[in-house]
Ligand binder design. Structure first.
Ligand code: MN
Ligand code: FE
Length: 340
C-alpha cells in the first residue's frame, strides 16, 4: 500500500495511516515548535504567590487594579478552556498529519496549564470564583467577545461533518482563524499588556510572571495557527476566494473593535500609566501583524506599538534565570529511583 500522505504532507486526509508517521518530516516547522515548547516547560505552581497575597490583602493594590485583574482572569477562564476544547474536539479530528497533531497535543497541554494559572491565582488571592468563572455570562464586554467567537464558527464537531468539500475546508479555515488568530492572537493581548504593566510596577509579580510564560506559549500557538492556515490555503488554493478573504478581514476588524471596547471597560479611568486610547493603537498594531501573517492586504490606520516593552518581557534571555534555577533544582533533587 502506497501511503501518499506520508509523502505529500497533506494536513487533512481520509488516509488514517498517515497519523502515525512522524518521520520522515513533512511539517518540520510544527515539529520544531513542538520541541521548542517542550524545552520551555513550566508549571504555574512553581511561581510563588506569597508577595501577591501580601499586596492584595494589605491594600497595596487599588480597587481599580483589583477589578482589572478579575476581568482579565474572567476572560481567560472562559477562553482558555474554549481554545483547549476546540483544539481536541474539532481541529485535531481533521488534521491528520502526525507532526501537526503532535504540536496540537502539546498546545492542548499548555492550555490546561493556563487553566491551572487561573485556578492557582483564584485560590491564592481567595477570589470570588463565581465572579471570575461567570464573567463570560455577566460582563457585557467579555460576553460580546465570546459570543462573537461562537457566531462566526460553524459546528465542525458533528459526526457527519465531511472535511473534503470546498465549503467544509472553508469552515475549517474559519475555525482555525477564529481560534488561533482572533481568540489567541487578538483577544488575549490587551489582558496580557494590562497584567504585565502591573508587574512592571512591582505589583502582583507572581501573576505577572505567570502571564509572561503564558504569553510565550501563546506566541507559539499563534505561530502554529498561522502556519496551519497558510499551509491549508497552499494545499487547497481554490478555498482562498476573494469572498472568504473579505470575510476574514471583516472578522479581524470586528475583533479589534470588540477588544478596544473591552479595554475601555476594564480601564474606565486609566491606571498604571495605561489608558484605553493606547489600546486602540495597540490593537491596530496587533491586528496588522495578524493580517500580515495570513497574507491579507488590509491594514489598520495606525501601526505603532505603544508597549514596546511587551516584546522584551518574553525575551528568552530575560527568562533565563527561571529556567536555570529550575534545572539546578531538578538536578539537585533526589534520584528518579526514589519515586519507584
Ligand atoms: Mn492559552
Ligand atoms: Fe493558546
Amino acid at each position: 500500500i502506497i501511503d501518499m500522505d506520508t509523502k505529500t504532507g497533506h494536513l487533512l486526509s481520509n488516509n488514517i495511516a498517515g497519523v502515525n508517521r512522524i518521520l520522515p518530516h513533512k511539517h518540520k516547522y510544527a515539529w520544531d515548535l513542538f520541541l521548542k515548547s517542550c524545552a520551555n516547560n513550566w508549571m504555574p505552581t512553581e511561581i510563588s504567590m506569597q508577595n501577591d497575597i501580601n499586596q492584595w490583602k494589605n491594600n497595596e493594590i487599588t480597587e481599580s487594579e483589583k477589578l482589572l485583574v478579575k476581568r482579565c482572569l474572567g476572560f481567560f477562564a472562559g477562553s482558555e478552556s474554549l481554545v483547549g476544547n476546540n483544539l481536541l474536539l474539532s481541529a485535531f479530528r481533521y488534521i491528520t498529519d502526525a507532526e501537526c497533531r503532535q504540536y496540537i497535543l502539546r498546545q492542548a497541554f499548555e492550555e490546561s496549564l493556563h487553566n491551572l494559572t487561573i485556578v492557582y491565582v483564584c485560590d491564592s488571592l481567595d477570589l470570588d470564583i463565581d465572579e471570575v468563572f461567570a464573567a463570560y455570562q455577566n460582563i457585557p464586554s467579555i460576553k460580546a467577545k465570546d459570543d462573537f467567537l461562537m457566531q462566526i464558527t460553524d459546528d465542525i464537531s458533528a459526526q457527519d461533518f465531511d472535511p473534503n468539500s470546498k465549503e467544509a475546508k472553508q469552515a475549517l479555515l474559519r475555525n482555525f482563524l477564529t481560534y488561533w488568530v482572533i481568540c489567541e492572537g487578538t483577544f488575549f493581548f490587551s489582558g496580557f499588556a494590562m497584567l504585565l504593566a502591573l508587574g512592571r510596577q512591582n505589583k502582583l509579580q507572581g501573576i505577572s510572571d505567570q502571564i509572561k510564560y503564558t504569553l510565550r506559549d501563546e506566541s507559539s500557538h499563534i505561530a502554529f495557527g498561522t502556519y496551519l492556515i497558510n499551509t491549508l490555503i497552499e494545499q487547497n488554493p481554490e478555498i482562498w476566494t476573494q469572498e472568504i478573504q473579505d470575510e476574514f478581514v471583516d472578522h479581524i476588524k470586528k475583533a479589534v473593535d470588540l477588544e478596544i471596547a473591552y479595554a475601555k471597560d476594564v480601564l474606565p479611568t486609566g491606571i498604571l500609566g495605561l489608558n484605553a486610547d493606547m489600546f486602540v493603537d495597540y490593537m491596530y498594531y496587533i491586528g496588522n501583524r495578524r493580517l500580515e501573517g495570513i497574507g491579507l492586504d488590509y491594514r489598520f490606520p495606525s501601526d505603532k506599538n505603544p508597549f514596546p516593552w511587551l516584546g522584551e518581557v518574553v525575551d528568552v534571555q530575560a527568562m533565563g534565570n527561571f529556567f536555570e534555577r529550575r534545572v539546578r533544582e531538578y538536578q539537585q533533587s533526589g534520584s528518579l529511583e526514589d519515586d519507584f
